[in-house]
Design a protein around this ligand. Structure first.
Ligand code: SF4
Ligand code: SF4
Length: 357
């Protein structure tokens, strides 16, 4: 924990001006799920009062969605010190057992779930695109192992444009799961370097999962992992295909709202391409907290250790949609799609952007 992180921790620990914006805190109603509570615990660790093991569960109750960082008018960054705390815990051997299992799975199998085979629905789609082309469609570990059905729809959506592209049976992990779980450890960088080598065999890499797009475009550059391939988000690529008429939308008179993934809206400042695609098919409305102010709707990874909270996070976002009388949410993140689909409700239909196509 360097001095910069300690400074941010001390600035946050007696403040809670961003408490209203945390999707986890809103789901649990607990003060421990605020940036300032996490900072207060860590400030006691940095002063030697607590051991890291006493606060580490709380450190893993954060989605690192950056809503608090975005909201902070004084410029403090809870995501930065939360990731630093995770790296410290990993280096000191103080990770909780449930996180250690996920980390070991990332190292042994390339995915936190310990899956060895890609989902059955994807196998045919991958086999149809195994030839070498200039363009790689990078699926990511959540799509390959936990959401093969919707990932197969994404492959079919790209086929509609009639362009050649490759999907790899032996796709390597981007390192986004390790980056989230243990931050900038040597193991994370090694996984990223191996992935970069694979991606650099292509001219263009279309990245399906915003979680991968964010680390490929930000952490790789920050941590000196060289990427020569052009990285394009799936949403930006689809918007281009619609604009160039390679995909020809048929518009229906039906309203929908868009769930901005924070990795696109905040990390990469990308909010318009998905809106351009959705508007070509449906009447686009906006719900509370949209664009860079988006509220995270849950994911697959955190559901491994806090499934009820993720269900409540998704229900919170569905309540936002119902607040503007929307009965359809369009997603552009495979993990948010799964979280929203798993929510116990039937009032609001969840559609992935690839399903529109
Ligand atoms: S991020 Fe900013 S608003 Fe939030 S607790 Fe820290 S200092 Fe306060
Ligand atoms: S990064 Fe997101 S989940 Fe974590 S404390 Fe901030 S708002 Fe909450």
């Amino acid at each position: 924990m360097n001095e910069l992180n300690k400074q941010h921790i001390d600035a946050c620990r007696f403040c809670w001006m961003c408490r209203h914006i945390c999707p986890i805190g809103n789901a649990t109603g607990l003060e421990r799920n605020t940036s300032r509570a996490r900072a207060l615990g860590l400030s006691l660790v940095t002063r030697g009062v607590y051991d890291m093991s006493e606060v580490i569960d709380n450190v893993y109750e954060c989605a690192c969605c950056g809503a608090c960082t975005k909201e902070c008018v004084t410029g403090w960054d809870p995501v930065m010190f939360t990731k630093a705390a995770r790296l410290d815990a990993a280096l000191e051997g103080k990770l909780p057992e449930y996180i250690m299992t996920l980390v070991e799975n990332c190292l042994d199998f390339g995915n936190a779930y310990g899956a060895k085979e890609i989902g059955a629905e994807l196998k045919d789609a991958v086999a149809a695109h195994e030839g070498i082309t200039d363009t790689l469609f990078f699926l990511g570990v959540d799509a390959r192992y936990k959401a093969a059905d919707i990932a197969a729809v994404a492959v079919r959506a790209l086929e509609k444009a009639g362009k050649s592209f490759t999907v790899l049976a032996d796709e390597l992990p981007s390192g986004q799961q390790l980056a989230y779980l243990i931050g900038a450890a040597d193991e994370t960088r090694a996984q990223m370097a191996a992935c970069a080598k694979q991606l650099n065999q292509y001219k263009t890499v279309v990245v399906y999962d915003p979680q991968d797009a964010s680390v490929l475009k930000r952490e790789y550059a920050e941590w000196g992992i060289e990427l020569t391939a052009e990285i394009v988000t799936f949403t930006a690529y689809l918007a281009q295909l619609v604009k160039s008429c390679d995909i020809k939308p048929v518009k229906v008179d039906r309203a929908a709202v868009y769930q901005d993934p924070f990795q696109l809206a905040r990390d990469l400042s990308e909010t318009q391409p998905a809106r351009d695609v959705i508007s070509a098919y449906l009447n686009l409305d906006e719900m509370l907290c949209n664009g860079k102010h988006t509220m995270w709707a849950g994911n697959i990874l955190m559901a491994q250790w806090m499934p009820k909270v993720i269900e409540d996070v998704a229900m919170g976002r569905i309540a936002n949609a119902k607040g503007v009388k929307a009965n359809t949410i369009v997603t552009a993140s495979v993990s948010e799609y799964v979280a929203l689909k798993n929510a116990p409700q039937s009032d609001v239909e969840i559609i992935a952007i690839e399903e529109l196509i």
